[in-house]
Design a protein around this ligand. Structure first.
Ligand code: B16
Ligand code: MG
Length: 220
C-alpha cells in the first residue's frame, strides 16, 4: 500500500546539484584549491554548513577558520547559488516529474517535498511547481539534516501518513540512509552502485507512473 510519496528536491525534481557544485567550486577556487565533480558527490543531500566542512577538508583547510569566517563563506556561496537559481524556469523541472506526480495524485497518493535545502520554496516558485505538493518540508523546518530521518518523518506526519506507507525518492546516499532509518521504502534516482541501499533504483522519473512504481518496489 502506498499512501504518500516524499520527494527530495535537488537531483530528483530539479537539477540544482550543478548550481551547488558551481558555487562551491567557485568558493574553493577563491581559497586556492580545485574541487572536482567526484569530490562534490559527498556534498549531495547534506546541510550547507556540513557541505562547507567537507569542502574545507577536501582542500586540507580543516580548523583554519573561525565559525564567523565559515558563516561568511557559506553566505557568499549561497549568494552565488541564488544568482544561478534566479535564472531557473519551468523548463528546469526534470523530465517526467510533473506527469508522475499528477498520476500519483489521481490515485489518491499524497505528495510531499522533503529537502535539506533552505532555498526549496524559492526554487519551487521559480519553476512553478509549488502546487504539485500537499506539504513542503525543507531545511528551515528541521534541526537534523539527512542522513537523520527527521525531514522524512516530518513530511509523512504533515500528510498524515505512517512511515510504512511512504515511498521516498532520493538521489543522495545520505538521503537513502535517512529514508531507511525512517522505516520507509526508497527509490534511488541515479546509479544503482552508489544507491545500493534503496529498494529500487531508476535513472530518472521519465515514463514512470503509479503502476510502474508499485511493481518496482513490490518485494512482498
Ligand atoms: P541549501 P536536497 C540539499 O537538497 C542538497 O542536495 C545539498 O547539496 C545542499 O547542501 C542542501 O540541500 C542544503 O541546501 O544550501 O540550499 O540550504 O537534495 O535535500 O533537496
Ligand atoms: Mg538530492
Amino acid at each position: 500500500m502506498i499512501t504518500a510519496c516524499l520527494f527530495d528536491l535537488d537531483g530528483v525534481i530539479v537539477d540544482t546539484a550543478r548550481f551547488h557544485y558551481k558555487a562551491w567550486r567557485r568558493l574553493a577556487a577563491g581559497l586556492g584549491f580545485g574541487f572536482t565533480e567526484h569530490d562534490n558527490e559527498r556534498l549531495k543531500g547534506v546541510s550547507r554548513m556540513r557541505s562547507l566542512d567537507i569542502l574545507l577538508e577536501t582542500g586540507g583547510m580543516t580548523g583554519r577558520f573561525t565559525d564567523t569566517d565559515k558563516q561568511k563563506m557559506a553566505d557568499v556561496k549561497n549568494g552565488w547559488y541564488l544568482e544561478y537559481v534566479a535564472a531557473m524556469t519551468s523548463s528546469d523541472v526534470l523530465p517526467g516529474v510533473t506527469d508522475f506526480i499528477a498520476d500519483l495524485r489521481r490515485h489518491g497518493v499524497a505528495t510531499a517535498l522533503a529537502s535539506s535545502s533552505r532555498n526549496a520554496e524559492v526554487i519551487l516558485r521559480r519553476t512553478g511547481i509549488t502546487a504539485l505538493f500537499d506539504a513542503v518540508v525543507d531545511g528551515n523546518d528541521i534541526t537534523r539534516a539527512k542522513p537523520d530521518p527527521q525531514v522524512f518523518l516530518t513530511a509523512a506526519s504533515r500528510v498524515g501518513a505512517g512511515p510504512g506507507g511512504c515511498v521516498v525518492f532520493e538521489d543522495a546516499e545520505a538521503g537513502v540512509e535517512a529514508a531507511v532509518a525512517a522505516g520507509m521504502r526508497c527509490v534511488g534516482i541515479g546509479s544503482a552502485e552508489r544507491l545500493s541501499h534503496a529498494d529500487a533504483v531508476l535513472s530518472g522519473l521519465e515514463g514512470v507512473d503509479y503502476e510502474y512504481l508499485k511493481k518496482a518496489i513490490d518485494h512482498e
